[in-house]
Design a protein around this ligand. Sequence first.
Ligand code: CUA
Length: 314
Amino acid sequence: MSGLRFFPEAASTLAPGVDDLFLFLILLSLFFGLLVAGMIVVFMVKYRRRDDDERAPEIHGSLALEALWMGIPLAIALGIFAWGASLYAAIRRPPNDALRVNVVGKQWMWKVQHLEGKREINELHVPVGRAVELVMTSEDVIHSFFVPAFRVKMDVVPGRYSSMWFEATRAGTYHLFCAEYCGTLHSEMIGHIVAMDPADFQAWLAGSQPGGPAVSMADAGRAIFETQGCASCHTGDSPRGPSLAGIAGSQQKLADGQTVVVDDAYLRQSILDPSARVVAGYQPIMPTFQGLIGEEDLMRLIAYIRSLQSGGST
Ligand code: CUA
């Protein structure tokens, strides 16, 4: 039996929980499937017609029996719902200290950049024993980031950020697939996740890469911030635009009275469609940067804004 595998390798903290639920559903289905099939066979034999004018006795129902066969499936279904929902919540909610890594999908490759600046294509290096959150988007069509060994899969959608997280438990190399049909070479949009011991990962992160030394995403973002002229309005006391220091993660009151949490999605929207949700006290005068800044540069710009602490000058 050792060569026969019912599950892919399990190498993340989420994997055992997903496997347990999956196994439970399989066994439950098997139990009821065999029960029904077995009873059909038993009743066929036991209640077969024994002579030509045999008549079955009439039965007028039983409240207890009916309550039972509604009650048991209801309890089981609610149990599955509660189990699945709690697992879903755990999978959807990354721990606060998760390491952020940016991923951009395009036909037909995965482009990855770490905050420290290191870039890779169709590979993702992560440390073992540390939660990693992927912030992902697509440059063209819908893709889906799927790592079977981690039991995680998330659609990567153009025009918005989606995220997923995992924590690798064992060093090794694991398959990465695109799990959403995205055109001719969809089947070749594959790669590897390389889970490394934390010390090895730090060494890898600091290592050289083709094209010169790695510039951190925040530094690259600052360069974009300056060349695009963002600083002319987004300085501390400009009446034209709010200061961006400490704005990431904060709550802001909008011109229409609503409040918004300044997350990646809001920052992204405010760069590409600035008039959509203007912070209270400011006019919708900012021009759009749609088409001027690509997805990867947007992520760098957001990394820069996130790096600005409150009390800073910009
Ligand atoms: Cu990308 Cu399929």
